[in-house]
Design a protein around this ligand. Structure first.
Ligand code: ARG
Length: 474
């Protein structure tokens, strides 16, 4: 705290800051400590100033404040924004929050006229407005970085539309798939995440400004004008709901939580694929760390941290839900606790998205071990069963049994399916011919999965170009 700040918080009468005119004593030290939010809500400064500008312009237009004073206020707000942006602004816990800091400094700069800015406004509608504006920007930024991740997924999926790998269920080899198809599964998850964010933005985008403390105001304000100036779709309808509502933050954090879960699944695959046991991918050295003791180690820490950070993001939505639960109408100071978890969740998710984008863009795909693994674990057994259905008209359940018996023979002889002697297969089902060998290779298996949404390279390429178009349109 510098001298300037100490002066301003010293309880002098020119400051609108301390709001203790009706009290006879200074606040207890612990009161100031528990009450102050300036250490974190200074992040709202640009939004707070934008809302103050809109409010001031409206007060001028409605002839609620003299034009002169209004212009002084607007100039003062510009100066304050500049001071904060340059890091030249003095913050002090005595002035509680960003709203009081801006107003106190404004009065310092423009004198008495500064005191007119708070006409027909309360910190309750002010903070609701600032926080909505901040979350709205965070929604837009998150959508943008997700889109960049999706573009990288499309690029790598196209490159690997025909790269064969094992597809898993229960993390056991199930059926061969293409890496392109696998990556496109994540494209779809992030597409839903972006759509959830847009959806939450629609309900968020109503302006609480002008709700006053809770009941509206007797002063002839124009809420449509301030809503318009701030890019809102209109004013919120009920002044009590306007100051009491934090649904927009909860919805946003819920969307981020699900997105974080998606990121963690992809991160987990990066961890698994980069083990020496799998060897499907190699991360560049720039995106890995070493071990302090084991010189041979190359660890996927970034992927692990993406997995780990889900805890705090999902924690944030829980924090807000529990914070809001049981609060009576309208504003309660509890609600000041809404910001830190939200800021932290946004910081965390942007870091996670950036890390995953870099890892997907820069990983080396080791196509040979992938393709080799795709053939292990009798991954084409379903193709054999399907052949029995298509060529011999066996009911699928029966084909399943026949195939299971052939798998057992392969297993006991330690053979791949296609290496089981035809004679042995015919002991189980005499009508099997050598034509069956055609469907037992992994290549043939993926080529044959041509159903809509399936893994055949042709379908994957089709899906990629359709996805590229969707991405361009939203
Ligand atoms: N710092 C407060 C918050 O973040 C601003 C609103 C304070 N309103 C009040 N009536 N004390 O919620």
């Amino acid at each position: 705290m510098n001298d300037d700040a100490t002066d301003r918080s010293g309880g002098q009468q020119t400051s609108p800051g301390l709001l203790r005119d009706r009290f006879s004593s200074e606040p207890h030290a612990v009161m100031e400590r528990i009450n102050a939010s300036i250490d974190f809500d200074r992040r709202l400064y640009a939004h707070d100033i934008a809302a103050s500008r809109a409010h001031c312009n409206m007060l001028i237009a409605q002839e609620i404040i003299p034009e002169d004073d209004g212009h002084k206020i607007l100039k003062g707000l510009d100066q304050i924004e500049d001071e904060i942006a340059r890091g030249e602004f003095a913050f002090t816990p005595a002035l509680e929050d960003i709203h009081m800091h801006v107003e106190a400094r404004l009065t310092e700069i423009v004198g008495e006229a500064g005191g007119r800015l708070h006409t027909a406004r309360s910190r309750n509608d002010q903070v609701a407005t600032d926080f909505r504006l901040w979350v709205r920007d965070a929604v837009d930024d998150t959508r943008d970085v997700l889109k960049a991740l999706q573009e990288v997924l499309l690029m790598r999926a196209e490159e690997h539309a025909a790269t064969v790998m094992p597809g898993f269920t229960h993390l056991q080899s199930a059926q061969p798939v293409t890496l392109g198809h696998h990556l496109m599964a994540y494209f779809e998850m992030f597409e839903r995440d972006r759509s959830r964010l847009s959806d939450c933005r629609k309900r968020l985008n109503l302006s609480p400004l002008g709700a006053g403390a809770l009941a509206g105001t007797s002063i002839p304000i124009d809420r449509n004008a301030t809503a318009d100036a701030l890019g809102f779709d209109g004013p919120s309808r009920n002044s009590m709901d306007a100051v009491a509502d934090r649904d927009f933050a909860v919805e946003f954090l819920a969307s981020l939580s699900l997105c974080a879960v998606h990121l963690s699944r992809l991160a987990e695959e990066i961890v698994i694929w980069s083990t020496s046991q799998f060897g499907f991918i190699t991360l560049p050295d720039t995106l890995a760390t070493g071990s302090s003791m084991m010189p041979q180690k190359k660890n996927p820490d970034a992927a692990e941290l993406v997995r780990g950070k889900v805890g705090r993001i999902v924690g944030a939505v829980n924090a807000l839900l529990i914070l809001m639960k049981g609060l009576p109408m309208t504003y309660s100071k509890d609600m000041q606790e809404d910001k830190e978890p939200t800021f932290d969740a946004v910081d965390s998710i942007s870091l996670c998205i950036a890390a995953v984008t870099a890892m997907i863009a820069e990983m080396t795909v080791n196509t040979e071990p992938m393709e080799e693994a795709a053939g292990q674990g009798y991954a084409t057994a379903t193709d054999l069963a399907d052949w029995l259905v298509k060529e011999l008209a066996l009911p699928f359940r029966q084909a399943h049994q026949v195939t299971a018996q052939i798998v057992r023979i392969a297993e006991s002889g330690n053979l791949a399916l296609e290496d089981v002697p035809l004679g042995d297969m015919q002991k189980i089902e005499p009508r099997i011919t050598s034509a069956v060998l055609d469907v037992l290779s992994v290549r043939q298996s993926i080529e044959s999965r041509t159903s809509l949404g399936g893994t055949s390279p042709a379908r994957v390429r089709e899906a990629i170009s359709e996805a590229r178009q969707r991405l361009a349109e939203s």
